[in-house]
Design a protein around this ligand. Structure first.
Ligand SMILES: N[C@@H](CCC(=O)N[C@@H](CS)C(=O)NCC(=O)O)C(=O)O
Length: 204
């Protein structure tokens, strides 16, 4: 059975839980004790030299990084649905995975880390990155149902958690109606799972 090493309140871990659930896959959740810095122990560093969650193991396979884990799950278990093969469609998905690792991590994720967990961050920079990201997402989603493709893909799953958690970082999503519609579509996917603090996009 697969094992997911995770923190309960991590959006990066949530995206993996969400994907596993959307695919109907069984797994064992292994809570990593952040307070005791278990993620920096030699045993954990052997799985992920960066000392970060999430890490997924599947038999003899060990994968670090939430985006990489989504790729693995989609390729191995997703029957071609969540990660298209066609070059341009695949590239569009990868572009949004990169956005999840960059702008999403440096914007709404950092604001939440600051306001929820007291982490020192450059607030001006994080707010600017967030505003630009939400503007770009709003424009895209005004004309398309999904971020990268004509159907849901791992791009949507990768970006979703820290957008749905953005109100924890004092980000008001109400001025982005197309993003709210997109969030409702994700929340309506069969197998959808939430996590504490995640915003429920109500019908207007
Ligand atoms: N690019 C990585 C980032 C992982 C990451 O930042 N993990 C955080 C929890 S969300 C963590 O383990 N933080 C502890 C640390 O960096 O020491 C991914 O997407 O998985």
């Amino acid at each position: 059975m697969m094992s997911l090493y995770e923190f309960a309140l991590s959006g990066n871990c949530h995206k993996v839980r969400l994907m596993l659930s959307l695919l109907g896959l069984d797994y064992r959740s292994i809570a990593v004790n952040g307070g005791q810095r278990q993620h920096k122990s030699p045993a954990f560093i052997a799985m992920n030299p960066f000392g970060q969650v999430p890490v997924l193991t599947d038999g003899t396979v060990t994968i670090r990084d939430s985006q990489a884990i989504l790729v693995y799950l989609a390729k191995h278990y997703g029957k071609g649905y969540w990660l298209p093969d066609q070059a341009d469609r695949l590239a569009n998905v990868i572009a949004w995975l990169a956005t999840a690792a960059n702008e999403v991590a440096q914007g709404p994720n950092r604001l939440r880390l600051h306001y929820q967990f007291g982490r020192p961050v450059n607030l001006d920079e994080a707010e600017q990155i967030t505003a630009n990201l939400l503007h770009i997402m709003q424009i895209r989603l005004e004309q398309h149902d999904w971020l990268a493709d004509d159907q849901a893909s791992i791009a949507d799953i990768a970006v979703y958690p820290y957008i749905a958690l953005a109100p924890d970082g004092k980000v008001d999503l109400v001025s982005y109606p197309a993003i709210l519609v997109w969030m409702r579509k994700i929340q309506a996917l069969p197998g959808y799972v939430s996590m504490p603090g995640m915003w429920i996009a109500q019908q207007p």
